[in-house]
Write a protein that binds this ligand. Sequence first.
Ligand SMILES: *Cc1c(COP(=O)(O)O)cnc(C)c1O
Length: 354
Amino acid sequence: MADNDGRRSRTVDLRSDTVTRPTAAMREAMAQADVGDDVYGEDPTINALEAEVAAMFGHEAAVFVPSGTMGNLISLRLLCGEGEELICDADAHIVSYEAGAAAAHGGIQTRTPIVPRGLLSAEVVEPQLRVAGYHAVPTTALAVEQTHNRGGGAVYPIETLRDLRALADSHPLTLHCDGARIWNAHVATGVSLAEYGALFDTMSVCLSKGLGAPVGSLVVLKDGDRAARARDVRHRLGGAMRQAGVLAAAGLHAVRHHLERLADDHARARRLAEEIAAFAPGVADPAAVETNIVVLDLAHAPVDTAGLAAACAAEGVLVSSLAPRRVRLVTHLDVDDADVDIALAAIRAALTPR
Ligand SMILES: *Cc1c(COP(=O)(O)O)cnc(C)c1O
């Protein structure tokens, strides 16, 4: 893995963009951070981060939280009451990787249409909506994931999101964006963060994915009046922190310095897919790579996920499993061109046994 300080360790870690380590410049920003007790609202670095990120999305407020999982849960608690219903796609992070948080801590029922690459549409959602009534469970919130993780980093077209917003307005229904990687969507499409922000009531955005901060997400709120309740829910979940400005400083550094470079991650992901498709046709689809995630389809390959992962690990290359014959590769701040070369050699050897 390319090291931030120029040292090279053996491992090329393509499991996730969560694995990045803070750069020297980020660590310096953390060391210099001005801090205070955030439970009293007195951490100037957290306050600055919240204001800056809210402004990027054109929203009125943002609340710093320890994880994207907590960001999603707080947002959904604001939008969807106990015994009410959330619609999200069947592969959404919210229902796949959050340990049942919405159900366990929110009493929220979910309905989960199965849609290609995880991308919902107004046509799919509209027939699913239910209103309150005799024994009925009212659908009060809809969540989209931009970009879609299990969907291979797929980007919602802005037109699809506008249609979903119009549907939400006509019902009424609230709209949440799990924007863990919305930064990647912005860089890939050129659609501004504010254009995306205008469409959502709440958003959860991660600093600790491609942006490279060690910790942290924000709940971003179109309506600033919701911020006090968001802070209450955060406190109840044990997510209120004290002098966490050292963490917020990493986040501020990330949004200021690591946003545009996501294009490099996208180019490397595309290169991975193109070269794998060349030596193993059908395994990778370069046209499906829109951001920093590559999905390998091993349905007709000589190895399954466990076999590929083991062969790659022996060469110091780590990949993650989506299914017994589906593998995920993720590019990020700690993967450079030489790492891509190493990964390609390992994958090639595993997929083209002699
Ligand atoms: C990573 C991720 C999250 C949040 O994960 P945490 O590990 O809790 O920070 C939420 N949604 C998506 C789509 C993600 O990829």
